[in-house]
Design a protein around this ligand. Structure first.
Ligand SMILES: [Ca+2]
Length: 189
């Protein structure tokens, strides 16, 4: 499981998104619900704006602390984190989804390097959020979208129909692999 501090960060992020999307911030001092915003005096609208700004600032600080401790890695808009545990593909994916993320799937060189840094740190191969279609054999992201980036190791993928999942080596290259091995869990958020 992720460290406790990660849950705080995720919860705050979810709250912030909800606040912005629905214009309601239940549980935050001084903030009205959506219906209460109609005809709000400027002072209250300003209060709401200040509360959101404070929340963003606090999130920024929390991210900095978690990065400082090596608990998370930020790359572009993504946050990467590992629970340090090895699991088969399905269990690793489930661990990530249970906390609102998914298995890390690098979509460019910068993201690939960030995942590789975690692989190297733990000295464990890791499953990526990439797998082959059951019938087509086409390599896709978990959400079914086709790959937009790849970093296959020399002579990979070589599994034909037998290796449906993809792991990352410590040098950042990829290998198609059976899905029932025990590999490091790395999630992205
Ligand atoms: Ca292979």
């Amino acid at each position: 499981m992720l460290p406790y501090s990660s849950y705080i960060l995720i919860a705050l992020a979810a709250l912030l998104v909800t606040c912005q999307a629905a214009s309601k911030c239940p549980g935050i001092s001084g903030l009205p619900g959506r219906d209460g915003l109609k005809g709000l005096p400027d002072s209250l609208a300003s209060k709401r704006h200040d509360a959101l700004a404070n929340l963003k600032h606090r999130l920024f600080q929390l991210e900095a602390v978690l990065s400082l401790n090596g608990k998370i890695r930020k790359v572009g808009e993504k946050i990467l984190a590992s629970n340090g545990k090895k699991a088969d593909f399905a269990s690793a994916l489930q661990s990530c989804e249970e906390v609102g993320g998914t298995l890390a799937a690098p979509k460019n060189e910068e993201e690939n390097k960030a995942v590789m840094d975690i692989v190297k740190e733990h000295n464990q191969y890791a499953y990526l959020g990439i797998r082959k279609g059951e019938t087509s054999g086409q390599v896709k992201y978990i959400n079914g979208m086709p790959l937009s980036y790849s970093n296959w190791h020399q002579r990979e993928p070589n599994g034909n129909g037998k290796e449906k999942c993809v792991e990352m080596y410590p040098d950042g290259t990829w290998n198609d692999k059976k899905c029932n091995m025990y590999r490091l869990t790395i999630c992205e958020f």
